[in-house]
Design a protein. Sequence first.
Length: 401
Amino acid sequence: MKVISKSFKTIVLAAASVAALGLTATSCVNDDLQSCPVDGGMGKTVRFRIEKPASTRTDEATANGGTLQLNGGHLFFVNAQNQITKVVRIVDASTPSSGDSIASITDLSSTVGHPITSVPASSITAYVVANQPAGKLEPKLNGFLSQVMDSVIMLKEQGAVANQLLTGNGAVNPPAAGSNNYTATITAAPLTARLEIDKITAVNPAGAAVKILSYRIDGIFVDNIYEEMNLNDSSYVAPKEYITPASGADNTTMPAHYDKVAFDYVTAADTTLGKAMQIISNGDTLRYTPKQDVWGYNQLAPKADIAGPVASTPNIYIRVSNIKTDNPNSVYTGEYYLTIKTLTDGGTPITALKQGMIYEISDIQFQLQNLQQKPGQGPIDVDVTVKLAQWGNTDTGVILN
């Protein structure tokens, strides 16, 4: 079985550049937000523009559909005391801009961008938080940035590929020699990683005493998952395990809000997870492929949790049933499980998922002997090829004249 780690291939998320015009020599000398004026005397007008360059991804669809985009969010300016000095709300493209503190994606995507006026001169850093759930940040916009970054995001909110939460920041730097432009660059990247499975294949080795003739995939479950984390890259809870040998796995084992987020399961109307089983090589290979190109599961990927640096990866369980063999004395009644607990890179275990990466399992191959009556038993050995590539990040530039 080959597992490939690569850049999140659902990206259509671009560089955003910010140009500011007309900086005067006047600045705010009081960093108290209530005392600093916000209009006259500041002299900073920031023109914010989002550009969308050609995607670096291959153009296959994903199980959840869509491509990763910037759908809305907030741009923060922050002073040396970590106080928020200016907030610009980025709104849906269908919403018209209204003043310098609201900018629509339509305006931001234009060639001229959207002007943002009255940016306090004490602002030294710019932050972007995009695609957050509605109402998540609004109560925290008038204080310290640390309050914003302590906001909790939930895995159940990250099911849609097109709406993964993005964060990034950059310092406002002094002009380079021969230039009057202050500059900053922001790389806005997701806090999630993604697991994708391309194929699941039963293999009958040459000379096998008993061969599989057919089977059904009932469910795919991604367990040992981080259910929440903060915008500051940390989780204050340990990963959660729902599935045990005693529990088995069905559509009630994990909370319903993880359906299509952390698990897929058959229904009365859709009795198999994949396309019709393919019989290959005279019946020696029996393969299922997804109905929508991949089985995909977005995962929160904190860099630290309550135990310190993250040192765990999700467990993957595949429930199989309706197993038929060529030997009437070899009967497999009920459900059986395949278990994957370790992803490795050239034999070295991957200890944590990295933000902005896709971990693609190109083919989960198993033999009859790998099927166990309980999840977590007899894990499959995994041969992993890892190709780490940089996320096709959104770059946001701030230029203050």
